[in-house]
Design a binder for this molecule. Structure first.
Ligand SMILES: NC(=O)c1ccc[n+]([C@@H]2O[C@H](COP(=O)([O-])OP(=O)(O)OC[C@H]3O[C@@H](n4cnc5c(N)ncnc54)[C@H](OP(=O)(O)O)[C@@H]3O)[C@@H](O)[C@H]2O)c1
Length: 398
């Protein structure tokens, strides 16, 4: 049975689907029972599924900034319509969300339903298989929207549960589940980080004022949202000219920080000032360069050396190295030439374009060469007086 996804309300659609199939071919295996009672029962279960799965997403988000390279996972144990236990994954070597929720539920868990935002694991990793605990605790049904594409799981978790007579429902709020774990889903499959490009623009598409009369283009509310994104990702990246002209700290300050991301500077000629604010304490600095002598100049920073071709270090090569280092998500924060390289190489997964209600005419352009991109999937939000246009690539699960 296919549930509607996205912002669709499950009401109506599920009931109509059920009535049209009320010939015993029940989509959840309740064969033999026919008629409106079963349809109503399924309708109620499905609505509860949506409700509780959405709740697992909220729980999972509490792990933002701390779980990488693991996925964000939330779990809830429900029995007779009552929530018995809740949990979320708090990071590497910490118990999985399913374990936290089952332990929180205590002895009443037998016969309950486990809602979890991702397929439970079935292998020994840093913790034992969650499927073992689910089966031994007597959970009767598991609802999880998507498979975990980790080759060690990849549908096997669901198989193990089904073969041990645990009913499994998948596909509920699938798209949201993919969005929730977009960093993890990309990284586990491609071993390169999920790339988010953030820019603050005037309405005429400028990102900087050469006269330096406008320093902050966007409002405090927009900058807070940027800091929320900084707190979600593993690393922030800028070009050296931005370090020289703006001297940013590149830290999480305007919201509560659960970690400090790495700061990556593309600086082929080692022009980063030694007293730049990026070196002030919080967050490790990585300098991407073509020069070997970087270690002596910036003793506190990691220096990664690359070959340039036609004056450019390939951003695909940079992302490959960043992925090998274990960084699963990266926020590109400018400036113009840096954005241009990432956009033209086609490696950006999500754009966050903050437009302030201003024009400056002759400022620094967002991009410095011709590029053609048409987005299919955009969202608009407001922050203070600004408009955020969020343009996403599609969900990675088929
Ligand atoms: N509104 C916003 O959201 C925002 C954000 C950030 C910055 N800005 C503004 O943007 C302006 C700076 O932009 P910009 O274009 O001049 O500079 P930039 O993108 O910050 O830095 C460009 C420099 O970084 C190096 N670089 C970047 N990518 C490279 C690559 N793939 N390969 C080799 N080198 C690479 C090069 O250094 P070399 O020159 O040493 O070769 C290049 O000249 C400033 O006005 C700043 O205020 C605005």
């Amino acid at each position: 049975m296919k549930f509607p996804t996205g912002g669709d309300s499950p009401r109506g659609k599920i009931l109509i689907r059920w009535n049209s199939e009320a010939d015993g071919q029940s989509p959840d295996g309740r064969r033999g029972k026919k008629g409106p009672e079963v349809g109503f029962e399924l309708f109620m279960i499905s609505n509860l599924d949506y409700y509780f799965i959405r709740d697992t997403f909220n729980l999972a988000r509490k792990g933002e900034g701390i779980v990488s390279p693991n996925p964000l996972v939330g779990a809830i144990v429900v029995k007779d319509g009552k929530v018995l236990g809740k949990g979320y994954h708090k990071g590497r070597r910490k118990p999985h969300a399913e374990v936290c929720a089952i332990e929180d539920a205590g002895s009443k868990v037998r016969g309950g339903t486990l809602y979890v935002s991702l397929e439970p694991c079935c292998h020994y990793g840093e913790t034992p298989p969650c499927t073992d605990l689910i089966i031994s605790s007597g959970i009767k049904r598991v609802v999880a929207p998507i498979e975990d594409p980790n080759p060690l799981v990849n549908g096997k978790g669901f198989e193990v549960l089904r073969s041990n007579k645990v009913e499994v429902t998948t596909g509920v709020l699938k798209e949201e589940a993919c969005q929730l774990n977009s960093f993890y889903l990309k990284y586990i499959k491609e071993k390169i980080p999920y790339v988010v490009l953030k820019a603050a623009l005037t309405l005429d598409g400028r990102i900087g004022d050469p006269e330096r009369e406008i320093y902050e283009i966007t409002s405090r509310e927009s900058r807070e949202e940027v800091h929320r994104w900084r707190n979600r990702v593993d690393a922030i990246l800028v070009g050296v000219e931005t370090v020289i002209t703006d001297n940013p700290e590149l830290t999480v300050r305007l919201v509560r920080a659960s970690h400090e991301p790495y700061k990556v500077v593309i600086d082929p000629n080692l022009r980063t000032p030694k007293d730049a604010k990026i070196f002030d304490g919080k967050g490790n600095v990585i300098i991407v360069t073509q020069k070997e002598e970087g270690n002596n100049r910036y003793p506190g920073a990691d220096i990664w050396t690359f070959q340039q071709k036609k004056g450019i270090i390939s951003v695909k090569e940079i992302l490959k190295r960043v992925g090998e280092f274990g960084i699963t998500s990266i926020l590109i924060e400018g400036g113009s030439r840096t954005y241009t390289n990432f956009v033209t190489e086609g490696v950006v997964d999500k754009y966050l374009l903050f437009y302030s209600p201003s024009i400056i005419g002759d400022g620094v352009p967002f991009l410095s060469c011709a590029v053609r991109r048409k987005f299919l999937n955009t969202h608009i939000k407001t922050f203070g007086d600004d408009i955020l246009v969020e343009a996403n690539n599609s969900c990675l699960q088929g």
